[in-house]
Design a protein around this ligand. Structure first.
Ligand SMILES: Nc1ncnc2c1ncn2[C@@H]1O[C@H](COP(=O)(O)OP(=O)(O)OP(=O)(O)O)[C@@H](O)[C@H]1O
Ligand SMILES: [Mg+2]
Length: 257
């Protein structure tokens, strides 16, 4: 029998606005709906994930306390309005950690702390900022799997090389980082460029790209303003169906890679 293996998924891409936060929330919500306990970590000082699911003004304890070594990780876990779905939230003051405290122990914060609580959750999913700085690196040092959203735009390949290099560096210190996969997002069926670029990506990255494509769907954006998951806001929408399909594929990968 295989021993216990934590599944720690880091969603990363230094390009902004490519659906990192949306996929962290939607994938986690899909698994939670199936009765699996999921913990999300918001390591982006923009705090978008936190705002999407909690009342930001009421967030008192946030992940910056962990990075500063001032709180026990167990005390930071916060219930969301959804069953089985938990979050370690952030506030924008997390910016100050990045500015002041770039020591080795800050980079290793998640790697050191997540194992203390990992057994309680089937999946741990980390949202990262649009950069390859402290927080993305600290997530990569803790992760077992990395998921990269790619938007099929003219410049989408730019930066993937830097990201891969950062992942390679992280692997040197984190032997638990097993596997990297990509998915195509914000896909617009009506444009030829979306179709062409998606085909190019599949050609270059091969079976590292998941079959499911996340289409542009206004319900996804609206669900954010409503502070609901896509499954709660518009369960029959294209967005809900896309994310359900992606959750299935990603889960298979997490369980087997
Ligand atoms: N499938 C979709 N269809 C339409 N809009 C979407 C979709 N997915 C995400 N969006 C919207 O695109 C914007 C960016 O998404 P999101 O915040 O998830 O990206 P991000 O990569 O986390 O951004 P950042 O790099 O700033 O953290 C948001 O306004 C979101 O509502
Ligand atoms: Mg984000």
């Amino acid at each position: 029998m295989r021993g216990y293996e934590p599944k720690i998924l880091c969603v990363a891409q230094q390009k902004g606005g490519v659906c990192k936060t949306t996929s962290v929330l939607s994938l986690s919500a899909a698994w939670a709906m199936e009765g699996k306990k999921v913990l999300m970590l918001d390591t982006d000082p923009q705090a978008n994930l936190t705002r999407n699911i909690l009342d930001y003004e009421k967030v008192k304890k946030d992940i910056s306390l962990l990075y500063r070594g001032e709180a026990d990780i167990k005390k930071l876990i916060t219930k969301t309005p959804y069953d089985n779905l938990y979050i370690i939230p952030t506030r924008t003051k997390l910016n100050r950690v990045e500015n002041l405290e770039r020591t080795l122990s800050t980079f290793n914060t998640l790697r050191k702390n997540i194992p203390l609580i990992a057994k309680r959750y089937r999946y741990i999913v980390i949202d990262t900022p649009p950069s390859l700085g402290l927080f993305t690196i600290s997530a990569l040092l803790a992760a077992t799997h990395v998921l990269v959203p790619v938007q099929p735009t003219f410049f989408c390949q730019e930066g993937l090389g830097d990201l891969n290099e950062t992942i390679r560096d992280a692997r040197e210190s984190n032997p638990n980082l097993k596997s990297v996969r990509y998915f195509i997002t914000l896909y617009d069926r009506r444009t030829i460029i979306s179709q062409d670029l998606a085909a190019v990506l599949r050609q270059q990255l091969g079976d590292k790209v998941f079959k499911t494509v996340i289409h542009k769907n206004i319900a996804v954006e609206e669900s954010q303003y409503a502070q609901k998951t896509i499954f709660d806001y518009a369960p029959k929408s294209r967005g809900a169906n896309d994310f359900k399909a992606l959750a299935k594929e990603v889960e298979e990968w997490l369980e087997n890679a």
